[in-house]
Write a protein that binds this ligand. Structure first.
Ligand code: ATP
Ligand code: MG
Length: 190
């Protein structure tokens, strides 16, 4: 499978669908949120910096993220596609990803955009707060993350459209239906 960028608001299901896609097409998976949470857990310098931003619903600065992304990508087994989950989140990150892949003679692949209404997103994130206890899943921080998403990340959808990579999937109330729409599309690719 070619590379896939999974794109959507906080709580849109990027991680959930990534796991399903990875299992079906045997791909690598880079979740920048998971990478950062693991750094925080290990108490690294990067983790300490990241925690301040994450707990406040803000994005980690682009230069740090771009550095982490290249290192994480190069640590993936070669020769199979990778799902980028949670990256890029800004135009600068998208430009950096494009360049990083071009330097390695790899393609960006396709972008899978998940569209979910905000009421559903909020309900999911508050539910996840109960189940997983993530520090940034509280109502106040979630609202900040939505605002950051609208101002910094959502404009990227147009960037992907201009690259001819954008494929949009809209939530209509069922995970199975969403998944089958995504698989039907991905099955048409190599
Ligand atoms: P979900 O995974 O449910 O869709 P989410 O998108 O809010 O929710 P993560 O992708 O796990 O969650 O990201 C959590 C936090 O980690 C973000 O709010 C941000 O602070 C930080 N982060 C993750 N990826 C990036 C990135 N590419 N650039 C900057 N900050 C990032
Ligand atoms: Mg996630």
């Amino acid at each position: 499978m070619q590379n896939i960028i999974i794109f959507g608001a906080p709580g849109s299901g990027k991680g959930t669908y990534s796991d399903e896609i990875v299992a079906r097409y045997d791909m690598g998976h880079i979740s920048t949120g998971d990478v950062l949470r693991s750094e925080i857990k290990q108490g690294t310098e990067l983790g300490k910096i990241a925690k301040g931003y994450i707990d406040n619903g803000q994005l980690i600065p682009d230069n740090l993220m771009i550095d982490i992304l290249a290192k994480t990508y190069d640590a993936q087994p070669a020769g199979r596609g990778v799902i980028f989950d949670g990256f890029p989140r800004t135009i600068a990150q998208a430009e950096a990803l494009k360049q990083m892949l071009a330097e390695r003679h790899h393609n960006m692949g396709v972008m899978v955009e998940l569209i979910v209404d905000e009421e559903t997103l909020m309900a999911r994130l508050l539910n996840r707060a109960k189940e997983q206890g993530r520090a940034d899943d509280n109502e106040e921080t979630i609202k900040k993350r939505f605002a950051v998403y609208h101002s910094q990340t959502e404009p990227l959808a147009k960037w992907f459209e201009a690259e001819g990579m954008r494929h949009t999937f809209t939530w209509e109330g069922s995970k199975e239906q969403m998944l089958s729409k995504i698989f039907n599309f991905l099955d048409t690719l190599k």
